[in-house]
Design a protein around this ligand. Structure first.
Ligand code: SF4
Length: 434
């Protein structure tokens, strides 16, 4: 994703929405220091690449992007800065391998990010600036915590991001109020694990308290992403249901369906808890959206483990499911687990799960055909003369598809409209504004 509007600094933000928030923080500091931005990196004086190193594909994408940006440096750009998970993990190697990069900024330097940027990029006239959005102006992310105390065997995040650290409650309310003030209508709560919000600071879970406060503000949709399944109880769900702006959207990565493998992955939940929880959500809410992610090809995954995963996916029928091939990561427990699954086997399993999910996804969405859904308008395809937006089952991170619709009037992006759904095509909804 590439952002920004005017000139001078080009930011390329890779990876997840949590990384996007770091890019947004860098943009805020740079705006405060009087800089402007350009969406066209070819005309940037300074290029910043915010990298992801979550899995091998992400690392490769980060390196390719740095090399691509280094080419622009030869023409106009005077400085190339690389921040994020990649330098956090591999700084020494990168410094040797990529002399084109002027400055690497690791995550553990983020406490001083504003000063580092000031040192690297000479400030212009300083300006007042509280918040800068790297998203569309009607959508905002609120990072409620960073880091993770879980020890999932496949995951390098705790090494990269450190221990779980909640953002103080009052600070979140202030940030949410600012987002509200600048016109954000859809707020998305993120963290490595949103379900644990507050435990470290207040010795108790304060996610519900936070949702109540946000529900009282002038947002239209409130969405929670990255819930870890073990802490979501039926009582929590019943309380959450009372908050009318909090969408019935449950993004809970379950990772696998075999208990033996979940244990090897050091997950806290087992398959029966996952099934119970998804049933509870469907009991408490009339029409919730369930999203998950799973990993195939984790070391020692047998044919039988995979069969159990297929059974669980067929049975639970998540609305959205993202599957990833296991990626070998140094300094994680899974690195030493044997036997490793052959790449070809993992790819076949991935294909099998994704074709199964494609069928499930289309089948699940049929229930909306003929229904009227509220849609947040995000743009217009002038050639097809169609508008594009998202309904409540579709988060803003480009994973859940879009809602495409026609209308007889001119509509400004950023408003909510009512759309009658007429058709489902792949992951997208099609319809007509009423
Ligand atoms: S919950 Fe597990 S997968 Fe998620 S960030 Fe923490 S250790 Fe990684």
């Amino acid at each position: 994703m590439r952002y920004n509007e005017f000139m001078k600094i080009g930011i390329v933000s890779l990876g997840c929405s949590k990384n996007l928030i770091d890019s947004q923080t860098a943009m805020k500091f740079l705006t405060r220091q009087g800089h402007a931005f350009t969406a066209n990196v070819r005309e940037a004086d300074v290029i910043i690449v915010n990298t992801c190193a979550f899995i091998n594909d992400a690392k490769q994408e980060s390196i390719n992007t740095i090399l691509e940006m280094a080419d622009y440096k030869e023409s106009r750009c005077q400085k190339l800065i690389v921040m994020g998970c990649l330098p956090q993990r591999y700084r020494k190697d990168l410094e040797n391998a990529l002399p084109e990069v002027d400055r690497f900024i690791s995550i553990d330097e983020y406490d001083h990010l504003e000063d580092i940027l000031k040192e690297e990029i000479e400030p212009e006239a300083e300006k007042d600036c509280d918040i800068v959005l790297a998203t569309k102006p009607w959508t905002g992310y609120l990072r409620i915590a960073d880091g993770c105390n879980n020890k999932c065997a496949f995951c390098a995040i705790p090494n990269i991001r450190g221990q779980y650290k909640s953002v103080p409650f009052e600070k979140l309310l202030q940030e949410a109020a600012k987002l509200n003030e600048i016109g954000v209508k859809e707020i998305n709560l993120i963290a490595q694990d949103t379900s644990r919000y507050g435990f470290d600071l207040y010795s108790r879970n304060r996610l519900l308290d936070l949702l109540k406060e946000l529900n009282a503000m002038d947002f239209h949709w409130i969405r929670i992403l990255y819930l870890y399944p073990d802490l979501i109880t039926e009582d929590f769900l019943k309380e959450m249901r009372k908050l009318e702006k909090v969408l019935p959207y449950f993004d809970m990565p379950v990772q696998h369906g075999s208990d033996r493998l979940l244990k090897a992955m050091r997950r806290i939940t087992d398959s029966s808890k996952i099934r119970t929880l998804t049933s509870s959500i469907r009991r408490v809410y009339d029409d919730p959206t369930l999203r998950t992610t799973i990993i195939v090809g984790f070391p020692s995954e047998t044919r039988d483990d995979f069969k159990q995963l297929v059974e669980m996916v067929s049975e639970v029928k998540w609305d959205h499911l993202g599957a990833f091939k296991y990626s070998l990561e140094e300094n994680t427990e899974a690195y030493d687990i044997r036997p490793r699954v052959a790449g070809k086997t993992a790819r076949n399993r991935l294909d099998k799960i994704m074709s199964l999910q494609q069928e499930i996804s289309v089948e699940r969405k049929q229930r909306y055909v003929g229904q009227i859904m509220e849609v947040l308008v995000e743009g217009r395809d002038a050639i097809k003369k169609m508008y594009i937006g998202r309904n409540r089952t579709q988060a803003p991170d480009d994973i859940d598809g879009h809602t495409v619709f026609t209308s007889e009037r001119d509509i400004e992006p950023g408003i909510f409209v009512q759309v009658r759904i007429t058709e489902i095509r792949g992951y997208d909804f099609y319809g007509v504004e009423i």
